[in-house]
Design a protein around this ligand. Structure first.
Ligand SMILES: [Zn+2]
Length: 317
């Protein structure tokens, strides 16, 4: 009597094992053929770097649509389906909670997380000492406490590009030489940009950078500026009245002449601070997406426009 259920279990197990083996055979078949499928990237700077490195030989898609704000991205079921079919998914863990969550559905072997290569050493708390957002409010945004905006520091961005290039070359050895060449060319352009930023921001009347959301921590650190975000690292966090007051006090005390607002977030808080202090509002683009209203068609053009805005707003000579 007791042997009947085990046999059924055994039969079920054999059937299940057969299914798993079939599935494994299928997936290893398609997994080995890395020339198939698109590279799915989670937001603009990863898309741009991947496109530069693949040089148009591989389809590269992006989960954050142009003009959408990436922090609070929501994914549709078809986005997740696209991710599961991708030859590679490139993302940065801790930036977009919806993407982090969807990674559970994607084969770990076709994922590249660039967070380590990006060296996300700045934490939210370090940057928000003067902003309106408390650590508790901030915790609700779930980005692991690290500032994700590595691409605004060209050196960190170059390290991420190298990680993407190395991974593409490893997965697709037939085109490794082209990926290596394109990566080196992209890194060289970033090195040039880094030099321009360093020179352009070396001698400024003010080092105090007041921004709408705290996206420029790595840029500030690299070029010796001091960032004060009106909202925190995530733009949907609203500053308190006391936080706005603190920023306004700082603006008066430091003689800040320009408050930087950005393209994908409405300028309300920046305008409030400017209005109460007599400062001007200028645009500094955190490059979380490119739209027709961006001051340039790609990362490099917009970064050079950012440099001009910084030089003007901070009085650099
Ligand atoms: Zn941001």
């Amino acid at each position: 009597m007791p042997s009947a259920p085990p046999r059924r279990v055994l039969t079920a197990l054999v059937a299940a094992t057969a299914l798993v083996l079939t599935a494994a055979a299928c997936s290893s078949g398609s997994g080995a053929d890395t020339s198939q499928g698109a590279v799915v990237t989670s937001f603009y700077p990863l898309q741009f770097a991947t496109q530069q490195i693949t040089g148009g030989t591989v389809p590269v898609t992006v989960l954050t649509k142009p003009g959408a704000e990436p922090h609070d991205l929501e994914l549709a079921p078809q986005d997740i389906a696209t991710m599961t079919k991708a030859r590679l998914v490139v993302y940065s863990d801790g930036f977009q909670p919806a993407v982090d969550e969807a990674m559970a559905e994607v084969q770990p072997s076709s994922v590249l997380d660039v967070a380590d290569a990006a060296r996300l050493t700045l934490t939210a708390a370090e940057e928000e000492g003067h902003a309106g957002e408390s650590a508790a409010q901030h915790g609700a945004h779930d980005h692991s406490g690290n500032d994700p905006h590595f691409w605004l520091d060209p050196q960190r961005y170059a390290d991420v590009a190298k990680a993407i290039g190395a991974r593409l070359a490893e997965d697709d050895p037939a085109h490794a030489a082209a990926y290596d060449r394109n990566t080196a060319a992209f890194v060289a352009k970033l090195t040039t940009l880094d030099g321009e930023l360093r020179t352009g921001l070396a001698s400024c009347r003010s080092k105090v950078l007041v921004t709408s959301h705290a996206a420029f921590g790595y840029l500030a650190q690299r070029y010796g500026l001091e960032q004060h975000g009106i909202t925190g690292i995530s733009p949907e966090a609203e500053p308190s009245a006391a936080g706005l007051q603190q920023i306004a006090d700082l603006v008066r005390k430091e003689g800040v002449t320009t408050i930087f607002q950005e393209t994908l977030v409405e300028a309300h808080f920046a305008e409030t601070v400017a209005g109460s202090t007599g400062a001007q509002v200028a645009t500094l683009d955190p490059l979380e997406g490119i739209t027709s209203s961006s001051a340039g068609t790609d990362y490099f053009e917009v970064m050079r426009s950012n440099l001009s805005a910084l030089q003007k707003g901070l009085g650099c000579s």
